[in-house]
Write a protein that binds this ligand. Sequence first.
Ligand SMILES: NC(=O)c1ccc[n+]([C@@H]2O[C@H](COP(=O)([O-])OP(=O)(O)OC[C@H]3O[C@@H](n4cnc5c(N)ncnc54)[C@H](O)[C@@H]3O)[C@@H](O)[C@H]2O)c1
Length: 165
Amino acid sequence: MTILVTGGAGYIGSHMVHELADAGEPVVVLDNLSTGFRFLIPTSVPFVAGGTGDRPLVGEVIAHHRVSAIIHFAASIVVPESIADPSRPIFLGEIYISLETARFQARTARRPYGREVAHLTIHGLLHLLGEDHPTPAARRRMAALEASLLTSLRARVAALTPEVV
Ligand SMILES: NC(=O)c1ccc[n+]([C@@H]2O[C@H](COP(=O)([O-])OP(=O)(O)OC[C@H]3O[C@@H](n4cnc5c(N)ncnc54)[C@H](O)[C@@H]3O)[C@@H](O)[C@H]2O)c1
């Protein structure tokens, strides 16, 4: 029953790691050290160097450390980089969202643009967590997970991104 902190060597993530370790919670950190520092993590906390997009590695970390919860801080904080060119995907710790796809889906399905951005984000997050849709049954399972997460997160997404919802 370990908590995996992605981006745990970063500014926010390392504070979380210290809080959890001080509270006696088993923790493991996954970080590619692109902007983080190994020395920010207590030496008692297991550290795995690698990216959140490395599915086999993430799966191995989850299985080996018996991870029961994930706190995800692995991301780029440089907002201008993400919004400077709207045709480029937004980087969210190896979740890439195509705003053009979101716009296209919103237009063709006549759904709000912000909903499609949220949908694609959750879709990417589920992939990151190991979900996939190679078969119709898996596609239905993923769609159900997305719908359930969207329902519970919609209010928060609306509060965070009122300009696109
Ligand atoms: N710093 C703030 O004031 C602040 C405030 C609110 C929210 N946030 C959010 O918290 C999150 C972390 O911000 P931060 O300030 O700690 O940034 P940070 O750059 O200090 O930390 C990000 C960490 O993630 C790691 N990382 C990046 N991509 C990775 C990947 N693909 N795989 C594994 N590790 C990866 C980096 O090496 C780094 O250690 C961001 O989503 C940010 O938007 C930050």
